[in-house]
Every structure is written in structure tokens, then in C-alpha cells.
Design a protein around this ligand. Sequence first.
Ligand code: HSE
Length: 426
Amino acid sequence: MKNVGVAILGLGVVGSGTYKILRDHREFYKETQGVDLSVEGVLEIRKEKALALGIEESKIYDNIAEIVSNPNVDIVVEVIGGVEPAKSFVLAALHSGKTVVTSNKELFCKYWHELEKAAKRTNAGLYFEASCVGGVPIIRTLIDGMQANVISNLTGIINGTTNYILTRMTREGANYQDVLKDAQKLGYAEANPSADVEGYDAAYKLSILSSLAFHKKVPLDKIYREGITEIQSCDIAYGDELGYTLKLLAIGKNGEKGIEVRVHPAFIRKDHPLASVNDSFNAVFLKGDSVGDIMLYGRGAGDLPTGSAIVSDVIYAATHSDVKYATFKNTQQAEPGVKFVNDFRSRYYIRFTAKDRAGVLAKVAGILAKYNISISDLIQKGEGCENLPIILITHETNEYSVRRALEKIGMLDDVVSVDATIRVES
Ligand code: HSE
């Protein structure tokens, strides 16, 4: 039977989950895959962590050179995260001809072209299923299952931490800061939560996914990004009254005008398939020209779900001698001639506070009309108060028109403040 040696760089949550799956399923993979996957080394300076998992002392290393020079190691699994030292370790493994399997979305999103070049030089495999949407097999779906299609839309909830926070804010009317603290206590959110709550994590994943979906390099700097830190529970409640649920969406579209990529909070109708994706779950919705709509749903993080994606790549690499690389020209920047849409179209939820005076609404509506923005819903709260919150939803319009109109509305004497602008997606 073919024996394939695996090394795991980092025994954090995902590394430990990967080790457990490989250890516990070794016989199963022998039977079902015809391959014996043995863990030949782990790179971990906290030796006690490795020992606690039952790893032999002779297989615990504290420097990458010993792993990449070990002839028993065929596949290197990188689950350290971040750019350095992960990048140097991955390049060292690829330079010595070892196949790499990684869960590192930031590294992959920023240096995919460089890693792929290094891999091609030694004909090494480079696999990254675990980098996006944890255990949900979205990468293989895009590079295999959806290849027959021209994909025009990829919309997802691809960050579990923010989905957990927004779900709790929606269910309980709780405020952002309180739920964030709970999410940190439960281990969903990091002590420094900015990668998740500011939308960076989702943007890294969207860059990778939309590049694959649209067969064109979609660099991170082309993605419009907004996080959830400014979201107030009153807006979630007003949205609910109007029939909407709030989610942090990653949206990729490819149409006649070009590629449109954005990560931001958005209201979706309560009967939209993504509206019922709650807690730390993730889902991705794809539209292909032949297959139509499909949706993948599952856990986007965690030791065993992410370990599942990693081990599926390890098995693929161990059982396929041909290596698949990106299905587009993998340059560092977007290729010249590829157009990106910045002034995208959407509907908008706008909340502002106005003085309770005759004619305020007419002035606001007048400014909106000047920018060709038409109102579809309107609610006014707090009759009898000195200042009133007014909530309106527009018909579809352009992003830049809304920004310009809101600047003008904010300057009106009768408008105290423009408090929230949230896109509404259909
Ligand atoms: N922190 C991520 C999330 C998981 O909350 O979805 C890894 O990307």
C-alpha cells in the first residue's frame, strides 16, 4: 500500500483537529482510499501540546529545516495563520518539492501567485480548501463541480464570528459590544477581533473565491470592505419590521460592466435562503449559467470542520499524481483590461434624525430626487418628540449617488444627523 507522510506546522485549534482526524481515520483511509497517511512530524514549540495528543517525541520538531529535509514527509500542512513565518515555511516546503496544504486565507489571498510559481517550479501540489469557509467544500466545488458553468454571482456569509454576533443582536436586541464580549469568552472571536469584525477575513476569502469563480485574479485591494462595528440593534429591529434580516455579506458579481466585489453588512429579505443561516454557520450561494442556483452550507470554522477540509486536500494530493493550479493567469495584480465596478447598484436603508418640523421630509425627498433616488418604504418614529428618527428604503440606485445625496441631506438645518446607511440586497 502507498504510504504518504504528512507534517503539520502548528498544533493550534485547526492543527490539533487535523492531527486527530488523521490519527483516528488512518485505518478507514487505508480501506477506502488505498493509502496509508502517517503523521511523520509536527512543528510545535509547545512540546507538551503535541505529547498530550499522543505524538511521539521523536516526531516533534521546533524548526522547519528538519521537516523539509525529512525524506519521510511528502505533504506539509500549514495551519499557523498570518503571513510570517507561515510564508517562509510554505516556500521552504515547496522549494524542496513537498506538496503544501494550507488553511491560511491571508497568506493565500496576498501571495497566491508567488506560492503557485514556487510550486510549479518543483511540480509540487498546492491545496487550500480549508482557507475559505472552513469545512464547506467550496474550493473543490468551484474548481471541479462548477467548471461547466459561467458563474455570474457568488454571495455568501463567509465569516462565522460576525454571523454569530449579528444573530445574537437580532434575536436578543443586544448591543454589539456586549455580544462581542460573549463571542470572545466563547472563543468565537479573537482577543483582537478586527480581522473578523472589520470584514478583512471575509475579504481575504472573497478574493480567493471570486478569482476562482470568475477565472480572473481579483486582488484584495479591489474589494470594497465595511465591517459590523457600527451596526446598532435598533437598525436590525427596524429592518425586521420591514421584512429584512441583517447579515455580513461577501458579494461577487461578474457581468457586462465588469467584476464587482464587496463585503459589507446588508439587509436581505427574510425568505432569502441566506437569511436562515444563523449563529457561526456559513453558506455560499452560487449562480451558474447552466446549473442555475446552488447553495452550500456548513461550519466555517472549528477544529474538526476545518480539519475535514485539510484532510480532504491531503487525501486528494496523496491519491492524484497530477497537480491542479489556478484556473486563471495568477498574477499579483489584476490583469490589464479586467474591469472592476466601484459605483455598484443596490437598494439602501437610510436612518436619519430630523427636527419635527413641517416640510423636512419634502426637503429630504427633494435631494434624493435630484440624484434620481426613489423611495420605496418609509417609517417615521417617535411622534411628539423634538427629534424624530426617520427610516427609508430606496429603490435600486447607485452607490455614489447615495453618498452624494447623504452629504447634502446631512447639511440640511432640519436634519440632526444621518445615523445609518445599510445596503439592501435582493
Ligand atoms: N475567524 C473565521 C470566522 C474563521 O469567524 O469565520 C476562520 O476564517
